[in-house]
Design a protein around this ligand. Structure first.
Ligand code: AP5
Length: 217
């Protein structure tokens, strides 16, 4: 199964991706996680990406495409994936198609998570992320058992630097300007499945898993 998750910042792409991994055993590839790891490790990619990410702008296509295509070419990525946060521009979508075609494969579906802007702003300000394993929590809707500590690995829970309110506003603006058009691009290709993502976490996860099961049957 080769699936793309589309949706604005805070729509729940990472949260839904975890459910799809559990249900279908596919590999979760998040462009944001790849870039954050590169920034933390101070690699060449990380140095190029940092200022863009800190200010809520998109990292240049050539930097992101190279990182994601390399990750997808690894053994587990070739068996199937859920791509979260990529593509975000038309050139990225074209590069993805070409990379898959080079391996004789193609996307099976694109899930568009739909949720109003006011809801995502609230979610992002309450988000906490494990700095060790990346698991996602929310102070309102998905609390850890112990404050500030990851249930899964005991790691410290942190606020992502780009979840500051002014950066969230910028990211939403960038999504509307540079990424939202991909919904129509994939709709035109008959790959798009819209999933209402405003409800509680469990409802949205189940809706996404069921939408893919329907698409595959
Ligand atoms: P990235 O890491 O991709 O961030 P994003 O797209 O802005 O998405 P988020 O991770 O903020 O949100 P999400 O939709 O995954 O929601 P989540 O599940 O965490 O990108 C970060 C930056 O990297 C970009 O700004 C850019 O600079 C760069 N970048 C990355 N990819 C790039 C690319 N392809 N090209 C160029 N630059 C790129 O949920 C959010 C919160 O809500 C959590 O607390 C969660 O618990 C909670 N929640 C989730 N679902 C629900 C629900 N149904 N009800 C209540 N709460 C919920």
């Amino acid at each position: 199964m080769r699936v793309v998750l589309l949706g604005p910042p805070g729509a729940g792409k990472g949260t839904v991706a975890a459910a799809l991994v559990a249900a279908y055993g596919v590999t979760h590839v998040s462009s944001g996680d790849l870039l954050r790891a590169a920034v933390a490790a101070e690699t060449e990619v990380g140095r190029k990406a940092k200022a863009f990410m800190d200010s809520g702008r998109l990292v240049p296509d050539e930097v992101v495409v190279a990182a994601v295509v390399e990750r997808l070419s690894q053994e587990d990525g070739r068996r199937g994936f859920v791509l979260d946060g990529f593509p975000r521009t038309a050139p990225q979508a074209e590069a993805l198609d070409q990379a898959l075609a080079a391996h004789g494969t193609a996307l099976d579906a694109v899930l568009a998570l739909e949720v109003p802007e006011a809801v995502v702003v609230g979610r992002l300000t309450a988000r906490r992320t494990c700095e060790q394993c990346g698991r996602i929590y929310n102070l309102q809707t998905l609390k850890p058992a112990e404050d500030g500590v990851c249930d899964a690995c005991g790691g410290r829970l942190i606020v992502r630097p780009d979840d500051r309110p002014e950066t969230v506003r910028k990211r939403l603006e960038v999504y509307a300007r540079q990424t939202e058009a991909l919904v129509h691009y994939y709709e035109g290709r008959g790959l798009l499945i819209r999933v209402g993502a405003e409800g509680p976490v469990e409802t949205v996860r189940e809706a996404a898993v069921a939408a893919l099961a329907d698409a595959a049957s």
